[in-house]
Write a protein that binds this ligand. Structure first.
Ligand code: GGG
Length: 351
């Protein structure tokens, strides 16, 4: 079996980790009896600086026929962040109907959390983030630029279909896991979209009597991620809140360098996209010290999505073995002094 994967290394350390991880994915695929045929796309900020666009006009259409997409990161110190995000990552998610973003949050054995008293296994939840609308819908405007009466309007869009899609997926996950769903909104202050969201959680919840639903305002949720992270099982949140909470989740689980994500196409007629949660990190770009494990774990989610679960499990097992081994190489974000390539070399040797 040969799968086609569109590879978008992107910017900064995104390109570094994708290049490092690719041979490991090939090794695991070969062992499990399948092959990956990559097509690399040099889209991103360098292209923007030369040609004025992060990707070609028909970029998203070029991706449609692949089995999956692996993305590194976007972001460049000389380009405003909204330009890079809206020029590449957000249109791919939106136009390929990747309505669900799944972000597992685990404190793994051998990894130290900045939270006192927490050890490997103590934090283990998954965040389902609405991924194509909400606060990231490209709706709004800016008038009277530079004048005293300048005004900008940024609208959040919550559709019944989009909200129900992610909420249902989160209930399904909760029913399969520990039976607890935390619904995060700010419906005391945002009386339209977020109240619709809460209503939908209540409606869909009727179909899952085995799932206990907890409602938290996002400020309380942020506090509880730090105060009692062990209490979470499945979390469902809007685009913005899910984005913020999963960075917090990554840090309490040891490092941004360990957090994977999957942007899942819900209607099955376009590929899903897998990417580390971290960005392009220009502060460490070019030093060869970026942690590649978030991309390895994103690769594991990509394998799961292709139906190659054994290969996905093998990758997760390799990462777990490495992190549990005191003498294994670790990048500086995990307190070590090893480089990106050392970590991958060690994983390949373990295989
Ligand atoms: N690896 C993905 C990446 O570049 N993340 C940076 C970022 O700003 N992400 C925002 C988002 O996931 O919506």
């Amino acid at each position: 079996m040969t799968y086609t994967v569109a590879l978008i290394p992107g910017d900064g350390i995104g390109a570094e980790v994708v290049a490092a991880v690719k041979p490991l994915l090939d090794d695991v695929a070969e062992r499990e009896g399948f092959e990956i045929e990559y097509t690399e796309f040099d889209w991103g900020s360098d292209r923007y600086l030369q040609e004025g666009a992060m990707m070609p006009d028909d970029g998203v259409d070029q991706l449609r026929h692949y089995d999956a997409i692996l993305l590194g990161a976007v972001g460049h110190p000389d380009i405003p962040d909204h330009v890079t995000l809206h020029g590449l990552m957000l249109p791919i998610r939106k136009e390929l109907n990747q309505q669900i973003c799944k972000r597992p949050t685990e404190l793994r054995e051998g990894v130290q959390s900045p939270l006192r008293g927490y050890e490997g296994g103590d934090i283990d939840f998954v965040v389902y983030r609405e991924n194509t609308e909400g606060e990231y819908a490209d709706v709004g405007g800016r008038e009277h630029r530079g004048f005293e009466h300048e005004v900008a309007i940024q609208s959040a869009v919550f559709t019944r279909k989009g909200t129900e899609t992610v909420v249902r997926e989160a209930f399904e996950a909760a029913a399969e896991r520990d039976g607890k769903l935390t619904n995060v909104t700010k419906s005391n202050a945002q009386a339209y979209g977020m109240v619709l969201w809460d209503d939908i959680v209540e409606e869909v919840g009727q179909e899952y009597p085995e799932v206990t639903v907890e409602r938290l305002l996002v400020d309380a949720a942020a506090m509880d991620f730090v105060r009692r992270p062990e209490a979470f099982d499945v979390v469902v949140a809007s685009n913005l809140f899910g984005d913020i909470l999963t960075d917090l989740g990554a840090i309490i689980s040891g490092s941004m360098g360990l957090a994977p994500s999957a942007n899942l196409c819900v209607d099955g007629d376009a590929p899903s996209m897998f990417e580390p949660v971290h960005g392009s990190a220009p502060d460490i770009q070019g030093q060869g010290i970026a942690n590649p494990l978030a991309t390895v774990l994103s690769g594991a989610m990509l394998f799961d999505d292709l139906g190659e679960d054994t290969a996905g499990d093998r990758l997760r097992q390799l990462v777990d073995e490495q992190l549990a081994d005191d003498s294994a190489p670790r990048t500086p974000d995990l307190g070590g002094d090893a480089g990106t390539d050392d970590v991958i070399k060690d994983l390949r040797a373990r295989l």
